[in-house]
Design a protein around this ligand. Structure first.
Ligand code: NAD
Length: 498
């Protein structure tokens, strides 16, 4: 083990004092390369205290000061894309090109934050009554916290803190303990860009650190992205403690393929969206619903493409799909494939037992394709979070939409068709937060907001975009009267103002 990842508090590296460390593994080799400090309650308190102290000046800093930092930050991130992506690949395992895509999508939110001047403009109504004006402004909350998952160690933190700090808040980030290094580099670059000490802090840790944030009286709001059971817990606990919460959870994203669809385009999209990042994406397509008689043809075309995908270490430019995050997760994913036939599925491709020469201890699994999957089976009901694609068959559009709407999840979804009327109807009838029409992974651009429905999001606000600005600010309305010195006094009136 060569490296220790420590906390970043008050603008500098702070060594862990709890004595607890977690292992960080290179998923391609299976070797523990790094240890990450796991914060105690006292260490979380220190990070919140640093953020609170910084808020006293950052909260009243000018918009020009904030955006000057953000523009410099944007340039530094742009210059260091490759370094951030390399850190992601070393700890998460995804291929370098995919890691670069993650950095680009995170940068989008930094760019959005550079334009915060426009987003924070207030409203003014003049002369609502005689000599009375009304103005509405939005103000920051104070110290806000972000708790993030392993699968996007740079992008998901960047969904949160750039907008939060642009709005005038200070931030405490608790990244995933499985791939913690990218978060520290993001914080160091922010300091290099001129962000004052304490505005962005990173505490590493596990449930102890998360619970300390959820219970801390000085944390005003919590953004969470992760699995559904933890999202539900975060929402309930932080809400009970009087905090504002947005908690984004897991998913089972369906792709409906109508009989008139371009089957090659649909097969390309299904393979890219199901197996990209080894299926460890909350917007991965994990269920294809084939309508009518196209099922056999569609499954054949998906299989042909999936068989050609090259699996290997993420830092090998010829690899298209990397390993899974841990050996335990790989074994769990494999169990869904080995149990599928007994639950009625046809196993078209079985990726279990796959190894990569020279990297025999990596967390490998190949691509699996399950056909004629039943809605009662575990492979359909659970979020597998691996390279396993289920195909379900239905006779009609209506049957497909009913099947999809019965899912407890409602994150992303897609329809593939050439029929504009059907696509429009789908957009209105489907119960999901993000809809793609001939687009398999409809992650909204930065200036729209990202979020699911049902068990995929707890709380009222989606993340980033306008919802992000609303989440990280609260409204204030001021009613002003400047009487003319020449006016007669209004006199006492106990009636409610009309
Ligand atoms: P996870 O829920 O296990 O962990 C997320 C965060 O919560 C981590 O920082 C972790 O340390 C913390 N945590 C874990 N267990 C906890 C507990 N018992 N109490 C308090 N905190 C705890 O999720 P993960 O495995 O890191 O990420 C994968 C999951 O995230 C998938 O379900 C995926 O769909 C979801 N995800 C959702 C979105 C979205 O936008 N909806 C985006 C990315 C990932």
């Amino acid at each position: 083990m060569t490296k220790t990842v420590n906390h970043w508090i008050g603008g500098k590296t702070v060594e862990g004092t709890s004595g607890a460390y977690g292992p960080v593994t290179d998923p391609a080799t299976g070797e523990v390369t790094t240890q990450v400090a796991l914060a105690s309650v006292e260490e979380v308190d220190a990070a919140v205290a640093a953020a609170k102290a910084a808020y006293a000046t950052w909260g009243i800093s000018s918009l020009a000061q904030r955006t000057a930092v953000l523009f410099r930050y944007r340039a530094l991130l742009d210059a260091r894309r490759d370094d951030i992506a390399a850190l992601i690949t070393a700890e998460h395992g995804k291929v370098h090109s995919d890691a670069l895509g993650e950095v680009a999508r995170g940068l989008e939110i930094v760019e959005l934050a550079c334009g915060i001047t426009t987003q924070l403009k207030g409203e003014l109504s003049t002369q609502v009554s005689n000599r009375v004006d009304v103005s509405s402004i939005r103000q920051s909350l104070g110290v806000v916290a972000g708790i993030t998952p392993f699968n996007f160690p740079a992008m998901v933190p960047m969904w949160m803190f750039p907008l939060a700090i642009a709005c005038g808040n200070t931030f405490v980030l608790k990244p995933s303990e499985k791939d913690p290094s990218a978060a520290n580099l993001l914080a160091e670059l922010a300091a290099e860009a001129g962000l004052p000490d304490g505005v962005l802090n990173v505490v590493h840790g596990d449930k102890v650190a998360v619970d300390a944030l959820l219970n801390h009286p000085d944390v005003a709001a919590v953004s969470f992205v992760g699995s559904t059971p933890i999202a539900r817990y975060i929402h309930a606990t932080a809400s009970a403690n009087g905090k504002r919460v947005q908690a984004l959870g897991g998913a089972k994203n369906h792709m409906l393929v109508l009989p008139d669809a371009d089957l090659d385009a649909a097969a390309d999209a299904a393979v890219s969206a199901a197996y990209g990042s080894a299926g460890e994406r909350c917007m991965a397509i994990s269920a294809v619903v084939a309508v009518g008689a196209i099922g056999d043809e569609l499954v054949d075309r998906i299989r042909e493409r999936a068989e050609k995908i090259k699996i290997g270490p993420g830092n090998d430019p010829t690899s298209e799909m990397g390993p899974l995050i841990t050996a335990a997760h790989r074994d769990k994913v494999a169990s869904y494939v080995t149990g599928a036939a007994a639950q009625g599925a046809e196993v078209v491709l079985d990726g279990t037992g796959h190894t990569v020469e020279g990297f025999e201890n990596g967390h490998w699994i190949g691509l699996s394709l399950l056909d004629k999957v039943s809605t009662d089976s575990d492979a359909y009901k659970d979020e597998i979070f691996g390279p396993v694609l289920c195909v379900l068959r239905v006779d009609t559009y209506e049957e497909g939409v009913a099947l999809m709407n019965a899912s407890p999840f409602g994150n992303g979804t897609a329809i593939f068709t050439r029929d504009g009327g059907a696509a429009r109807r789908f957009q209105l009838e489907i119960q999901a937060g993000m809809v793609g029409v001939n687009v398999p992974i409809p992650v909204p651009v930065g200036y729209h907001s990202f979020g699911g429905w049902k068990d995929s999001l707890f709380g009222d606000h989606h993340i980033y975009g306008n919802d992000g600005v609303h989440f990280y600010t609260r409204g204030k309305v001021t009613t002003t009267r400047w009487p003319d010195p020449a006016d007669a006094p209004a006199g006492v009136d106990l009636g409610f103002p009309r």
